[in-house]
Design a protein around this ligand. Structure first.
Ligand SMILES: NC(=O)c1ccc[n+]([C@@H]2O[C@H](COP(=O)([O-])OP(=O)(O)OC[C@H]3O[C@@H](n4cnc5c(N)ncnc54)[C@H](OP(=O)(O)O)[C@@H]3O)[C@@H](O)[C@H]2O)c1
Length: 338
């Protein structure tokens, strides 16, 4: 079978097409999946740049998120059969409940092989059926970006309908969060460097938009929009440049979900701005299989379709990475396998 290989820190040029042995044997609890679509995440770019914390010193198959078709099952598999459409949970060992270290030690495409390949064999416990309203391309975006947004909005806070949610930028996590938060009845504010992207966000239901280049002190605009109160939840994906601003924009008793660092994974927080207002800063680490199942049900009931910006073929994997690195995308970038 064909697969891609990445070396930590060898940039996008270091992505190479390789040949791996076909999967001929399955353990009794394993499912063999023909991969149909793989979505890219910011993490996949970080690996090419050598800045992802979990590093392998050898080449690995990149990427964590796929959707595909079951083409064989092991003798003791009970949850799936040939022909089922499935996706894999980001952490194969975090099935449900609270996060513990042992549940998040293993994941795909970080320091071990991932999913940018034609076929994969995985334990059935890590797989989830694709909701009926989604095709493979859309479903491939749920395991990381989708679950991260779900965890932030539905699991890590106690929002009531009509709560205020701030999302930063128009990448994969933020646009999924916009869709989910609107479906849950919240008011959503969004920032972007691009007025055209902000216009697109409005068509998806964003209640207010802020250009963070034109308004570098955008937290003040958020305070204005909330009559000085601040929002109930911020999905903080910006890091260095945004984290203190996000905290300032968080209201009394509100939550800043710490998710990422597209402007750098450092930054400083003034403890006083957490203390006054009894705000909480909550680290989000994707989520469990149970969260992926809840997200799938929610998207199906509400007919939510992830926003796909661009689809590339398997031969165009380096171009897909380049496209994402250029930051022109709105929502998700996906690779389709024939
Ligand atoms: N903790 C977790 O479990 C988890 C899970 C998934 C992702 N993440 C992290 O979350 C972050 C976003 O991931 P993603 O896959 O959604 O990335 P992405 O699709 O590449 O989106 C990045 C977007 O961030 C926006 N951006 C860039 N610089 C910004 C700034 N200074 N202020 C505000 N927005 C800025 C840009 O939006 P505009 O073009 O609109 O300006 C850009 O399109 C990454 O750091 C990633 O590592 C963490």
């Amino acid at each position: 079978m064909r697969a891609f290989q990445v070396h930590h820190g060898k940039q996008i040029d270091g992505l190479t097409l390789i040949s791996k042995p076909d999967i001929t044997d399955l353990d009794s609890h394993e499912v063999k999946v023909r991969i149909r679509a793989v979505s890219l995440n910011y993490r996949d770019l970080m690996i090419t740049q050598g800045i992802y914390p979990a590093k392998a010193d050898h080449g690995i198959i990149p990427a964590s998120d796929f959707a595909g078709e079951v083409i064989a099952v092991g003798s003791s598999v009970t949850r799936f059969q040939t022909g089922d459409r499935v996706m894999a949970s980001f952490f194969p060992d975090w099935l449900e409940g609270e996060l513990t270290l042992d549940k998040v030690t293993r994941c795909y495409g970080g320091d071990s092989d991932g999913v940018l390949r034609e076929e994969i064999a995985l334990p059935e416990s890590g797989l989830v059926k694709i909701p009926s309203h989604l095709d493979y391309i859309s479903a491939s975006t749920l395991p990381c970006a989708g679950v991260t947004a779900w965890n932030s909005i539905f699991e890590s806070t106690k929002l009531q309908p009509g709560s205020t949610v701030l999302v930063l930028g128009t990448g994969g996590v933020s646009i999924m969060a916009l869709l989910l938060a609107k479906a849950a009845g919240h008011k959503v504010f969004i920032t972007s460097s691009s007025n055209a992207k902000l216009e697109q966000a409005r068509t998806l239901g964003a209640d207010a938009t802020i250009n963070y280049i034109d308004q570098p002190e955008w937290q003040e605009a958020v305070l204005d929009l909330t009559q000085g109160k601040g929002v109930d939840l911020v999905l903080e994906v910006g890091g260095k440049e945004t984290v203190q601003r996000s905290l300032t924009a968080t209201g009394t008793g509100g939550t800043m979900a710490i998710i990422g660092g597209v402007s750098g994974f450092t930054g400083t927080l003034d403890p006083i701005s957490l203390l006054f207002g009894a705000k909480q800063a909550k680290g989000i680490f994707v989520g469990s299989r149970a969260m992926l199942e809840s997200l799938s049900r929610f998207t199906e009931i509400n007919n939510i379709k992830p926003v796909i910006d661009e689809v590339f073929s398997f031969d165009q994997v380096p171009q897909a990475y380049e496209y994402m690195a250029a930051g022109k995308h709105f929502g998700k970038v996906v690779i389709k396998l024939d």
